[in-house]
Design a protein around this ligand. Structure first.
Ligand SMILES: Cc1cc2nc3c(=O)[nH]c(=O)nc-3n(C[C@H](O)[C@H](O)[C@H](O)COP(=O)(O)OP(=O)(O)OC[C@H]3O[C@@H](n4cnc5c(N)ncnc54)[C@H](O)[C@@H]3O)c2cc1C
Length: 286
């Protein structure tokens, strides 16, 4: 196996694009190294991206934030402004693993590992984040919900790397939240995860919303009917019931040791309501 640690994105892309056999990006390694140790993957080339400055920065840009794809959860938490503007994103990334894991694990790796239960992904989708994808044909911006197409399957072409995530400017009276349910108190994979981002108008009526569910289908979902249940309402009980029903209707989960299909569907509705309530409180305060 060959290990390369290029200092530029162009060099990383060229290495990946020209590799004859299986080549993998190495960010924090908290998924990849475990998979290599258990022989799930056997790359011929590892391209370590942690030495590439663009992938390690958090910048305020065009009224929003650009977060390098290899920034760790711990670095996100320590950014002076990010947590106050996008608390749901930072909280989601910091649900990943333990303190040690958070020192390494990136949101780029969380998305590109291709797990439907990845914690930061529904939060990014709800926030309308775009992934900046760089490859042999140049750079393109892709909504995060379009990156993963199934378990371990991505829409990225050979040689393409996610360089960063762009969070848009946050309009007034906007709040967001991510919640997950796990069988243990820490260090477990989500049975269901839910991200909600909503905006209120000056009268306190919801004027825009996005709802995303994780771990209930083959890929994280953007659930438009769940958002529609909130828009035009003040998130009173009837709207929350409609949200619960829409979230449940979107689920196509599997049975596994963490929960049955029926259980996951029920939890999806409950989490959607709870995440919407937190997003509402944050929107009122923002
Ligand atoms: C003990 C433990 C607990 C965990 N708990 C959680 C949890 O609670 N929630 C959760 O969601 N996950 C959890 N994970 C999984 C893992 O930590 C996360 O998915 C993490 O975010 C992966 O990031 P990474 O930087 O370590 O990725 P890596 O392992 O470096 O990479 C993962 C995959 O993505 C690819 N990749 C990485 N970056 C890019 C990029 N920029 N562009 C293109 N491809 C890329 C790699 O080639 C690899 O295939 C846990 C893992 C462990 C070991």
């Amino acid at each position: 196996m060959r290990y390369e640690a290029p200092s530029s994105l162009e060099k990383a892309v060229a290495l990946l694009a020209q590799a004859p056999g299986e080549a993998r990006v190495l960010a924090g390694g908290t998924d990849l190294l475990v998979q290599m140790k258990t022989d799930l993957v056997e790359p011929e080339l590892l391209v370590d991206i942690k030495g590439i400055a663009e992938l390690r920065q958090i910048k305020e840009e065009a009224g929003g934030f650009r977060i390098g794809a290899a920034v760790s959860g711990a670095e996100l938490k320590e950014h002076p402004r990010l947590k106050s503007v996008w608390p749901g994103i930072v909280e989601a990334a910091n649900l990943i693993g333990s303190t040690q894991i958070q020192g390494r694990a990136s949101m780029g790796g969380n998305l590109c590992n291709g797990s439907p239960a990845a914690d930061s992904v529904p939060a990014l989708i709800a926030a309308s984040a775009k992934a900046s994808v760089v490859g042999p044909k140049g750079r393109r911006d892709v909504p995060v919900e379009d990156i993963m197409i199934g378990p371990r399957r991505l829409s990225l072409a050979k040689g393409e790397i996610i360089a960063s995530f762009l969070l848009p400017p946050k309009s007034a009276r906007t709040g967001e939240a991510y919640l997950r349910f796990i069988p243990r108190t820490e260090m477990d994979i989500a049975v269901v995860g839910c991200g909600v981002c909503l905006t209120l108008d000056s009268r306190g009526v919801c004027s825009a919303a996005r709802v995303s569910l994780g771990a209930v289908a083959a890929r994280p979902l953007l659930v438009a009917p769940a958002a529609a249940a909130l828009i035009g309402s003040r998130l009173e009980d009837a709207a929350m019931q409609r949200l619960d029903a829409a979230a449940r209707a979107a689920c196509q989960p599997i049975d596994d040791k963490r929960g049955t299909k029926e259980y996951r569907i029920k939890v999806a509705g409950v989490l959607a309501r709870r995440a919407a309530q937190i997003a509402l409180e944050r929107a009122r305060k923002s």
